[in-house]
Design a protein around this ligand. Structure first.
Ligand SMILES: [Zn+2]
Length: 274
C-alpha cells in the first residue's frame, strides 16, 4: 500500500498539490499524520496527491536503504552504483508526480533531541507557510544543500516546502505534521481557509561546511539554531580550528569521519523571507 501515490480530487476546479511523508523512512510523524487525516479528509477544490516517499526504508524503519533519497532530486552525474540504488529509482518515480503538482509539502523530523520545528522554503512559499503552526522559517537551502524534493520543485518554477517537525521520537511531531498538512491544504485552496497568519522568525542559510579531513570534531555539542558568535570555535578539522566568521545560527552540527562529510550549516536572521 505504501508504494502507490494516492489521489484525492475535489468537485470544484483548483490547483494541484502534493504531500510527501517518509522520504526518510524512520521519520514517522508524517506517516502517522497521514494515517489520521486520510480517512476523514474531503477535498473541495483541485487535486491533492499523497505519497509515501521511501516505502522500503519505511518498512525497515531506516533513514534510507542504499542512498539518501533526499539528495537524488538533482540533475547531476550520479555514479552507476548510485543509479542502481533503490532510492535513485524511487526518485525517478516520484518526479512524475512532482511534475504534476504546482506545490509540494514534504514532511520530515530530526534525529537530534530537543530539535525545534521549522520550515524550509524560499520566498515563493511565503503566502502558504505563513499559516503553518511553526514559528521558524529557514531559506537558502537550495544553494547550500541542493537535491531535495523542495529544491526540485523550486528549480521547476514551482513551490517546494520542506517541514521539519521536531525531534523524531517526540510524539508532538505528529501533531505538528497534522496541523501543517491542514494549513497547507487551506492555504492552497483545497479546503476553506479559516486560519490567520502566524508570527514567524526568518533565517537564511549561507554556508555549508564540508570536512576537509577524516576527523572533524565539534568543539561542543550544538543544538539546532544555537547562536555562535564571530570567532567562536565550532570544531577542529584535522589540525585546523574552524571558527564562525560572523554571528550565525548553526544547524545540523555533528562530527565527521570522512573527507567531504557535511558537518554543519550556518545561517543568519533576516527581516523577512528572502
Ligand atoms: Zn528527513
Amino acid at each position: 500500500m505504501f508504494e502507490e501515490i494516492i489521489q484525492l480530487k475535489g468537485r470544484e476546479k483548483g490547483t494541484t498539490s502534493i504531500i510527501l511523508v517518509g522520504v526518510h523512512g524512520d521519520e514517522k510523524c508524517g506517516i502517522e499524520a497521514l494515517e489520521k487525516i486520510l480517512p476523514i479528509l474531503e477535498i473541495k477544490r483541485g487535486i491533492v496527491l499523497f505519497g509515501y516517499g521511501n516505502p522500503r526504508a519505511i518498512k525497515a524503519n531506516k533513514r534510507y536503504t542504499e542512498a539518501n533519497l533526499n539528495r537524488m532530486f538533482i540533475d547531476e552525474n550520479f555514479t552507476p552504483k548510485e543509479k542502481e540504488s533503490y532510492e535513485y529509482q524511487r526518485a525517478q518515480f516520484l518526479k512524475n508526480y512532482l511534475n504534476k503538482a504546482d506545490a509540494l509539502l514534504d514532511i520530515h523530523a530530526s534525529s537530534i533531541p530537543n530539535s525545534r520545528a521549522f520550515i524550509i522554503c524560499e520566498a515563493n512559499a511565503g503566502e502558504i507557510v505563513k499559516f503553518f503552526p511553526v514559528n521558524l522559517v529557514v531559506s537558502g537551502f537550495d544553494r547550500v544543500e541542493p537535491g531535495g524534493t523542495d529544491y526540485y520543485m523550486n528549480t521547476k518554477g514551482k513551490v517546494g516546502i520542506c517541514l521539519e517537525c521536531g525531534y523524531m521520537k517526540d510524539p508532538q511531531t505528529t501533531r505538528v505534521a497534522e496541523k501543517s498538512i491542514f494549513a497547507f491544504l487551506k492555504a492552497r485552496g483545497h479546503v476553506n481557509n479559516d486560519l490567520i497568519p502566524e508570527r514567524q522568525l526568518y533565517i537564511q542559510m549561507f554556508k555549508k561546511y564540508f570536512a576537509k579531513t577524516d576527523k572533524f570534531t565539534l568543539s561542543k555539542p550544538f543544538e539546532n539554531f544555537e547562536v555562535v558568535e564571530a570567532n567562536q570555535p565550532i570544531g577542529i578539522d584535522g589540525q585546523e580550528e574552524v571558527k564562525a566568521l560572523k554571528r550565525s545560527q548553526i544547524l545540523f552540527a555533528h562530527n565527521g569521519t570522512k573527507i567531504g562529510d557535511e558537518v554543519f550549516l550556518l545561517g543568519e536572521e533576516k527581516e523577512s523571507l528572502v
